[in-house]
Design a protein around this ligand. Structure first.
Ligand SMILES: CCN(CC)Cc1ccc(CNC(=O)c2csc3nc[nH]c(=O)c23)cc1
Length: 250
């Protein structure tokens, strides 16, 4: 799959595409990311990409000219493709949307800055608007990076087998269980008493360990995100044993 990113700040993408487990997806071109610096498409001598809004008001608006030329250049190279615009007014990204995009041939990613993009460009080209959540960022680049990371993780061979199995269990919509590693006993210090690892995790009883982890996920999700319990129940993802455990919670 291929993502063409139109952005004022291509340098924001370099580091993220060359580190971590998703590196393999990008270096193997399983997820092919092409960066299109918007300023390359500014034509006037001042290489302008933004200007003041018609109708007045604070901030600047991204100009149609450079964006139209960038979109045309992308289309000339890859052919028609969905255009995703990152915007606070978009659909909030979730794992369902990530899964959808991970199974697609990719898209053109339009990263807004300033107060936004001239609406006429959006009306002409954009097929999907995506928000990262209800908080204010400085632009669409971090949301685009979040999407690329989430999609790359779902590509074959990016996650180890164990992790991808874990990925399946987690993406069944519950919050993840707590994780522990060495030492078995965390020594006491000024911040608190010594803390052991839950004994069941050292028992070697894999069925009991799986049950304990599932119950921890259920407890944590019921406490922090009861909405996810409702959704998992509606999706038929809670077993009778799950329901018995939930019924026993305070
Ligand atoms: C004055 C009202 N603001 C809308 C909330 C204007 C505005 C603020 C910040 C931006 C820049 N943010 C994005 O481009 C953006 C793109 S996706 C996203 N997801 C969550 N939050 C975000 O701010 C974003 C654009 C317009």
């Amino acid at each position: 799959m291929r993502f063409d990113v139109i952005t004022l700040f291509p340098e924001l993408f370099d580091a993220h595409l060359t580190v971590g487990i998703t590196r393999r997806a990008f270096e193997s071109r399983q997820v092919d990311v092409r960066l299109w610096p918007l300023r390359d498409f500014a034509e006037d001598t001042y290489r302008r990409v933004d200007d003041r809004p018609f109708g007045g008001g604070p901030g600047m608006v991204m100009l149609a000219g450079p964006l139209e030329r960038a979109l045309a250049a992308v289309k000339a190279q890859r052919g028609a493709a969905p255009v995703i615009h990152f915007s606070p007014t978009g659909r909030v990204l979730d794992q369902a949307l990530v899964r959808e995009l991970a199974q697609s041939p990719g898209a053109v990613l339009l990263c807004g800055r300033y107060e936004g993009i001239d609406q006429r460009v959006l009306d002409r080209h954009v097929t999907l608007e995506i928000s990262l959540g209800d908080f204010v960022l400085s632009g669409g680049e971090l949301p685009a990076l979040a999407l690329l990371d989430a999609v790359a993780r779902l590509q074959d061979g990016v996650l180890g087998d164990a992790q991808s199995h874990q990925q399946d269990s987690f993406s069944d919509g519950l919050l993840d269980c707590p994780h522990f590693s060495r030492p078995e006993l965390l020594p006491a210090d000024e911040s608190g008493p010594e803390r052991p690892v839950p004994p069941v995790l050292l028992s070697g009883h894999h069925a009991e360990i799986a049950r304990w982890r599932r119950e921890q996920s259920l407890r944590l999700t019921a406490q922090r995100r009861p909405d996810l319990i409702v959704a998992a129940r509606a999706a038929g993802q809670l077993s009778p044993a799950d329901e018995r455990f939930l019924a026993g919670l305070p």
